[in-house]
Design a protein around this ligand. Sequence first.
Ligand code: DX5
Ligand code: ZN
Length: 228
Amino acid sequence: MTDTMTNIQIAPSVLSADFSKLGDELASIAHADYVHYDVMDGHFVPNISFGPALMAQAQKATDLPFDVHLMVTNPEDIVPLFLDLGAKIVTFHIEAATHAHRLVDLIHAHRAQAGISLNPATPVCLLENIIEDLDLALVMSVDPGFGGQKFISGSLAKIRQLKRLCEAHKVHPQIEVDGGVSAANAAELTAAGATMLVAGSAIFKAEDRAAAIDELRLAAEKDLTTQA
Ligand code: DX5
Ligand code: ZN
C-alpha cells in the first residue's frame, strides 16, 4: 500500500464549536485538512445552523479550505452562494436534488469539487449513474441535523458497498464519513474504504484540539500503514 493511500483527510465540523469565539476555535484546528461547514435549513433537517454570511467571516480566521455540507431542500438555490465564497468542496444530498448532474456541472464550472451525500437509509445504488462525475461521496452515519449522535453501525457495510461501486466504475472519489466518528471507530472506517473523516464532538469537545486531531489521524491511518 502506498503513502498516498494512507493520507486520510480530517475535517472537523464547526457545528460543535463555540460560536462566541469562532476565530479561536478555527485556530485550534489549524492542522486539520478542511473545515467541515454544515449548512442546515430547518426543512431538510430539523435544525438551523449557519449560512454564507458566517462562512465569509470564518474564512478570514483560517487558511483551511472549506468542505461545505448542504443539508437543505432545493440545494440548487443556494449552491451558488457557497461557490462565490470559494468553497473547495460543495456536497448536497441526493434525497434533495432533482437534477443532480446539472448541480455537479455547476459546481465544476466554478472549479470546486462536487460531492453527493446519502442519508443512512438511502441506498448506495442511487449513486450508480453519477459516481463517475463525483469528487466525493459522503456516507452519513447518523441521520443529519445534530452533532453528538450515535454512529449507526450499518454505515460500515455502506462504506464497503460504496468502495465496490467506485472500483466497478474505476473511479476514486473521496469517501467521506460524517456522524459519530471518533478515534474509537476511525480504523474500521478507513479499513472499510473511508478516505475522509468528519468529526464534530470528538474534536471540539476535547480540551486539546490538536491532540484530538492527531489521535483521530493516527487511529485512521494505523492499520493502513501497517499493511505497507
Ligand atoms: C450532522 C452533521 C455533522 C455533525 C457531526 O448532521 O452533518 O457534520 O456536525 O457531528 P459529530 O461528529 O458530533 O457526530
Ligand atoms: Zn456534516
